[in-house]
Design a protein around this ligand. Sequence first.
Ligand code: ADP
Length: 447
Amino acid sequence: MLNKLLIANRGEIALRILRAAKELKIPTVAVYSEADKDLMHVKMADESICIGPSNSALSYMNIPAIISAMELSGADGVHPGYGFLSENPDFAEKVEKSGFEFVGPKASVIRMMGNKVSAKKFALDSGLPIVPGSDGAVSNNPHEQADKLGYPIIIKAASGGGGRGMRVVHAKEDLEHSIELTQQEAGAAFGDSTVYMEKFLLTPRHIEVQVLADKHNNVLHLGDRDCSMQRRHQKVIEEAPAFGIPEDERKDIFDKCISACKELNYVSAGTFEFLYEDGNFYFIEMNTRIQVEHPVTESVTGLDLVKLQLRIARGEELKIKQDDVVIQGHAIECRINAENSDTFMPSPGKVIDYHAPGGIGVRIDSHLYNDYVVPPHYDSLIAKVICRANDREDARARLERALEEMYVSGIDTNLDMHRKLIKDPNFIEGGVDINYLENKFKEEKHV
Ligand code: ADP
């Protein structure tokens, strides 16, 4: 299996997957929308097929078009990347039923973990600590549930993702209206209006655990990441390992994630996401795919996660054991977007001059090149700058240097925001909570 791999994604992650496949000598098929014929991986793939118009619902999310591209090209496996169809159980099922290999876990696992209500139930049953909340969807008597939890609470869409479909409620009188609004939004955005409620934690950090499992019951954890620097519940800077977590707490949560994976019969790379407050972990969700921030883990473990995903999909047994996974040094990643640093408005358009930083310990995952036109239709991520060094402060100083060196003209980017953030005294100290960035922006606007 995996004699030819179709890459069902675009941008930097499609290029990342293509590079891994090339190293394994697996021929590649790129699929692209009409807006994306100039993407770097489309030019580099062995074959490329246009699967539809710029609207992603009709191209990157178009299951029949992607299955047809597999049949047409003779690809026998598909890597979904992140976003788009990566956590769509119907897609994974269709791939499985067509006799192809889906690079990821089984469709049934994606289905269960993709619904946050069933994922939380699974987490609870398998011994992972969860955020106190409604057992399942909100009931007809939400006041009883909310009063028991105590305000503030957060209403979340069961099928939500990408930081959308969440609403914080501070007072009893706003509860019913907030539930209705979130239900409407969830129905429109995710085709599922089920919502549930959770205690809203006031100053948690976002800590996640990377896992990797093969088809032979071998499960590893690859350490943790801190992704607390967020704007609108979207990660902006990520690092590995998480700063200042006591070793006993760390070991305990890693063990719990591994047993949960074994219970799930989990296969491929995955991430357990937690909020972390006052020494306690609270499971919020599992991502059953490769994540944007996987390079920080690669940088400190020396492992190539995407290549390992492909090897696992081919049925190979993991050659490394848990003791072989050694976390060395520290890595930090900045997500560079084509957007204005002050207004956060997307800034598509033609890249005039692009200079990527280099030097020791610097990794750039980007599909940019001079004269490339960033289309307006998709996520605005254009580059990830990842720096590794022997300790956190050296990694941070290296990133500060790399960001200074990076140059993009023709489009606006959030490089300036990152240049400031990386020098922020509280970031330098480490351990900021998930509200830090939003609060900082608010304060700056008032000054
Ligand atoms: P998504 O799937 O959209 O990423 P998550 O459930 O992973 O949604 O939550 C995303 C972010 O929202 C978290 O990293 C955190 O910042 C915030 N969040 C989610 N649940 C809570 C909660 N119970 N209390 C406080 N913040 C929360």
